[in-house]
Design a protein around this ligand. Sequence first.
Ligand code: PGA
Length: 253
Amino acid sequence: MKQRRPLIAGNWKMNGSLAANQVLLTGLLDGVAQLATVACDVVVCVPFPYLAQAQASLQDSVIKWGAQDVSAQEVGAYTGEVAVSMLRDFGCGYAIVGHSERRSYHAEADALVAQKTLRVLEAGLTPIVCVGETLQERKAGLTEATVARQLNAVLAVLNTEQLAKIVLAYEPVWAIGTGITATPEMAQQVHAFLRTQLSGLNAQAAGQVAILYGGSMKPDNAAALLAMPDIDGGLIGGAALKAADFLGIVAAA
Ligand code: PGA
């Protein structure tokens, strides 16, 4: 039994439609209803327009829902942005911040990710803070330096109480959507490093933070990854789009 309750979070990315989502959500609801016990927290992070649909479908279930990004601003003239108060209006429990696709395609800097994390916490939601190195960085021996830089920017704005409430996700960029997964040992090494970094701020809080692994996690590799002492769950992209695959990972947890 793990000290921290595992969390399996789906990141649907820019996929779906009202009709396709309904099939997926119904499949997930049926699937969890058939499990004897759900030994982990289960979340789906859907595109903004479908938050209302997720809320309507999931509100009476054990499955929670969230967004894939959020504004660093609270309210006002920020065209195209979505405030965390709006996420709360639709019952969101979670928001992903600093996903590598946001960092690379939208030039999101570490300091912006830190501000977003803070907004999410202030609103009483749980931020899923993503960090991870590129293949180039790994080959150059910069894995720890990269994730430490990304994490430390966030830690710099949090107090101990807030620290204990974040979820961290280690997502090596080279493993996202590629079918190449970090080995359990490789992932564990970085997860342990991240927890040591958290401990630098507060050892007790560091023990409470769930650190998810993300990057081509599938039903057939999930159990081995989740068996590692510092891997507390998964952030799932591709395999979150099929109910059977996502449920397979939930079952593994
Ligand atoms: P993947 O995506 O599972 O498709 O690799 C993970 C993620 O980007 O969160």
